[in-house]
Design a binder for this molecule. Structure first.
Ligand code: TRP
Length: 453
């Protein structure tokens, strides 16, 4: 397919909102708050910001360069630039990783849907022990969570199979502003609670005594996950960018939106948690076990507000998850559509079927069938570990080396300056970063993970 026949996002706003939609997800509203809570608040956030700036933005630009230059699905994009060398593996790895991620991400997204309906039907009312039992009962049910996860994949399928402009771009233009409004509403409600100031302080006043290398590396991993780096997701989206899109500018804008939303998510959760005396360091279960009760207690004087806030909260989580699952699905859809020469719907159907099977297995492995495990980890844990801790950093590492050292400098300079139509003064800085700073940073995560440093 020639470049002129291939569809692009229809507007600059579409580019930014769709890509920001990929970046903004459960990573921001679920993972970021619990990691911040776990790692001591503001000091973690400062390091996180450093990681976004030094490693995240250059990493995003690298994927953008590969994707827009080749204007095709991730596997073909890397293949074209790699000229038959083993570098082309990165693209295939990305397609594979994104489908695995969709498999377990849809499980958590399905929980959000279940909680949305449960809070609508006022089924989440009770004390802390009740809410915690509710989660244990629900997540170990053999049918319900798996069904919700499949529903989530099917909703994603409907959007993606409608195409780039009518599906992904339209959905992003609708969902992202909605998400923002919901978020601001809950932030305001949460910050007006008595005692909320302590939560705000936790978020913004750094306590450097909590820092160690582990915190640094967790921040790095979180930055990558949150920006959707390392699965060729950004590369696939960039293949739909127009010729006039400023790649570095888009990367900076998207990173800013993503960070803003993560911090707002902190401002929504911590003030409410502190105001009822819950310390938000409970880890991944924060959202499903601690929070339902926090909202109920915080607004106990005006139960109607408590009700509205918890319903909107789970609606927000579901929306954020949806814009992200759309992007994961699109990677595989573009791949099957172009590589197997199927229709777009055909490509989307293959991804949906594969992901439904995976997500059901993941869901069962979490609760009803703990026997579904590999090396002592449930399938869900296993997918999470392999993708977030191994495949994504590996792909990001290889992409930086590939763009920094292998592909011709002229390609990089042309993509950054849109063929000389403006002055990309930062090209040298960018190259230094992807040649040296990013690979060393990522290598540090790896060595730390395997206990070598
Ligand atoms: N960035 C998303 C989040 O913060 C998750 C996500 C979407 C993702 N697409 C991705 C992660 C591709 C890795 C790869 O929740």
């Amino acid at each position: 397919m020639s470049r002129s026949e291939r569809i692009n996002f229809g507007s600059r706003l579409g580019v930014v909102l769709a890509t920001a939609g990929s970046a903004v997800g459960l990573g921001n509203v679920w993972r970021f708050p619990f990691m911040t809570g776990h790692n001591g608040g503001a000091a973690f956030i400062l390091i996180y910001l450093g990681c976004i700036l030094l490693l995240g933005i250059p990493g995003m630009i690298s994927e953008f360069i590969v994707g827009r230059h080749s204007a095709s699905n991730a596997a073909r994009s890397y293949r074209r630039l790699a000229n038959g060398t083993p570098w082309m593996v990165i693209g295939y790895m990305g397609v594979f990783t994104s489908m695995l991620i969709l498999g377990f991400y849809a499980v958590v997204a399905g929980w959000c849907l279940q909680y949305l309906f449960a809070s609508l039907a006022e089924k989440l009312q009770g004390d802390a022990a009740f809410v915690s039992r509710y989660f244990a009962d629900f997540s170990s049910d053999p049918v319900k969570p798996a069904l919700w996860a499949v529903v989530f994949v099917l909703i994603t399928h409907v959007v993606v199979s409608r195409g780039i402009r009518d599906g992904i771009e339209k959905a992003s233009k609708l969902l992202m502003p909605l998400l923002f409004v919901l978020l601001v509403f809950i932030v305001v409600a949460s910050c007006m609670l008595p005692g909320a100031g302590k939560g705000v302080e936790f978020l913004f006043k750094p306590d450097f005594s909590k820092l160690n290398t582990g915190v640094f590396l967790e921040a790095l991993g979180q930055a990558f996950f949150s920006l959707s780096l390392g699965t060729a997701c950004l590369c696939t989206y960039a293949s739909y960018f127009g010729r006039r899109t400023n790649l570095a500018g888009a990367a900076v804008q998207i990173a800013l939106i993503d960070t803003l939303i993560a911090i707002l998510a902190g401002l929504m959760i911590f003030p409410a948690a502190f105001s009822v005396g819950v310390h938000p360091d409970s880890g991944p279960s924060l959202i499903f076990i601690t929070l339902p009760n926090v909202f109920r207690e915080a607004f106990i004087g005006v139960p109607a507000v408590g009700y509205v806030v918890s319903v909107l909260f789970y609606a927000l989580m579901s929306l954020a998850a949806l814009t992200s699952t759309i992007s994961m699905h699109e990677i595989g859809t573009a791949f099957f559509h172009e590589e197997l020469k199927l229709s777009r719907r055909g490509g989307a159907a293959i991804v949906t079927v594969l992901c439904c099977v995976m997500t059901v297995l993941c869901s069962l492995s979490f609760g009803a069938c703990p026997g579904l495990s590999v090396a002592g980890r449930s399938l869900m844990d296993c997918f999470d570990y392999i993708t977030a801790q191994v495949l994504m950093p590996l792909a990001a590492f290889l992409t930086c080396l590939f763009v920094g050292w292998y592909i011709p400098r002229k390609v990089v300079a042309d993509e950054l300056s849109n063929h000389g139509s403006y002055d990309a003064w930062y090209t040298g800085l960018y190259l230094y970063s992807v040649r040296i700073v990013c690979p060393l940073g990522i290598l540090a995560i790896f060595l730390h993970q395997f206990g070598l440093i």
